[in-house]
Design a protein around this ligand. Structure first.
Ligand code: SF4
Length: 402
């Protein structure tokens, strides 16, 4: 993977964003901020799931009034999402919020934007300047809207990109002219191809940190593919300083998937167990899917170390494919063979596979905690067991010399 592009760094409370800081995971509460207790619960739940920063919407004065309580109880920095009312931004800044998300396209009076910039400057608070595909075409001025829509001829994607870039550059100029550079940029679309092209182009033209996201991605079942296609491509190309995956579902899923994406790309170290599992094929002789589901659920809730666990359907390709795993099980012919860092530990009947594997995972994790074993021992080699061997290791006479 190419190295990450070096951007300017801003501070969101105690979280560094951009520069050489790790990619920051963000999410947003789905309830009302003025429902203080529920909002605090949601913020804390997202922080526990792994969000580094949480955004809350503040459309009304009662929301910014609630902000002080949310800020006092939040374990992570809070971003206030402001649309339309610049006064909400000023109130949120006054309340001590750590970052403002502003869409200057929705606050058309430049003097108002400058007031927000001045307040942020005074307190050292960064601002995300974001354009979204949905808000890019003019809505209030009918003539301008007609002109902009009529320009969307030929390649819709190319025209839309052009307008998004123009608007974004126009917004950024407001901040540059105010000599305020603590900004983070976003340029979201529901189309992953537009997201990839838009951010790639912005990254070539600016050194402001980038907030990546696919807007209105849908439920996790489909939004996951849409989001990972775009964000994964950008991150793999070294672009992006913070991510928000957005689903029409509990935002905890956003955080979990963002974490997994960053871990898969080596942009974040794992803190929880990693599961490798084969997809199953015609060689399978046990109910692998049920086993994988149960192993995943159990290790996620019971093991607190990033051990690598492999569940393989057979001994044919399994050993090669789970090379480097700490605890591995190979199923076959109604039984499972368990290895711990390359050493064969147990051969158990199918109905004991789950429990025996968990026993070995716990025992291994305990040894790691006592300093008797090391995690991520990539040199662990697992030799394939002979699929035709008897339980005692001997090979039937009629297959000797095959
Ligand atoms: S590990 Fe075995 S059962 Fe699983 S997909 Fe590979 S060959 Fe098939």
């Amino acid at each position: 993977m190419p190295p990450r592009k070096k951007t300017r760094q801003v501070s969101v409370g105690n979280v560094k964003l951009g520069g050489d800081a790790p990619v920051v995971i963000q999410s947003m509460t789905s309830g009302y901020t003025w429902e203080v207790d529920k909002c605090i619960d949601e913020v804390q739940k997202l922080a526990r799931a792994g969000a580094d920063v949480v955004r809350v919407a503040v459309p009304e004065k009662k929301d910014t009034e609630a902000l002080r309580h949310v800020l006092a109880a939040s374990p992570v920095p809070i971003v206030a999402d402001v649309h339309f009312h610049f006064q909400r931004a000023l109130e949120a800044i006054e309340a001590g919020v750590h970052k403002i998300r502003l869409n200057p396209g929705n606050i058309t009076d430049r003097k108002q934007v400058l007031k927000v910039i001045a307040a942020c400057k005074e307190r050292g608070i960064p601002i995300r300047v974001g354009v979204n595909e949905g808000g890019i075409i003019e809505r209030k001025d009918k003539e301008l809207r007609a002109r902009e829509k009529s320009a969307l001829t030929g390649s819709y994607t190319a025209e839309l990109m052009r307008i998004m870039h123009e608007k974004l550059d126009e917004y950024i100029r407001i901040f540059d002219e105010a000599d305020y550079h603590d900004i983070v940029i976003s340029c979201k679309s529901i189309d992953p191809r537009i997201v990839i092209d838009a951010y790639t182009s912005i990254s070539q033209r600016h050194d402001y940190p980038l907030h990546l996201g696919v807007t209105h991605a849908g439920p996790p079942e489909t939004g996951r593919i849409r989001s990972i296609a775009a964000l994964g491509t950008l991150l793999a190309n070294g672009i992006g300083d913070t991510v928000r995956i957005s689903y029409a579902a509990d935002p905890v899923y956003e955080v979990e998937d963002a974490k997994e994406l960053l871990c898969c790309l080596g942009l974040r170290s794992r803190t929880e167990p990693e599961l490798i599992a084969c997809p199953a094929c015609g060689r399978i002789q046990v109910d692998l899917y049920e086993l994988v589901t149960n192993v995943r659920r159990k290790i996620a809730s019971e093991i607190k170390l990033p051990i690598k666990v492999a569940v393989m359907g057979c001994v044919v390709n399994g050993p090669g494919e789970c090379e480097g795993s700490d605890v591995a099980i190979f199923a076959g012919n109604g039984k499972g063979i368990i290895y711990v860092q390359g050493d064969k530990k147990q051969t158990v009947p199918e109905d004991r596979m789950l429990d025996a594997l968990l026993e070995e995972c716990h025992a291994f994790a305990d040894r790691v905690e006592r300093g008797e074993a090391a995690l991520s021992n990539a040199s662990v080699e697992i030799a394939p067991p002979d699929p035709l061997a008897r339980p005692d290791g001997s090979v039937p006479l009629n297959v000797v010399g095959r």
